[in-house]
Design a protein around this ligand. Structure first.
Ligand code: ZN
Length: 84
């Protein structure tokens, strides 16, 4: 059986959210009925030849493009769900 404590990193550990500057501005200035910026944001995330890109669907703009510099990084696609 897997040691669940060691899989803690599969839970949400985001310290600094990456957001679209334009979406953020529209949300903060009250131009949307969305309850949160997360709800307002529509983003694509995926691997590219360069690394990993985050793309704003609403504004069709690059939010962030991380350069892996040709390195193969450890990637974990497993999901960890809490028992209800
Ligand atoms: Zn946006």
């Amino acid at each position: 059986m897997a040691d669940i404590a060691k899989l803690d990193y599969l839970l949400n550990k985001i310290k600094e959210p990456i957001v679209c500057v334009k979406c953020s501005h529209e949300f903060l200035s009250g131009q949307t009925d969305s309850k949160s910026l997360q709800e307002y944001s529509k983003i694509d995330v995926g691997f590219t030849e360069r690394g990993l890109q985050i793309w704003c669907q609403r504004h069709q703009l690059n939010i962030c493009h991380i350069n892996f510099d040709g390195k193969k990084l450890e990637t974990d696609f497993r999901c960890l769900e809490k028992k209800r």
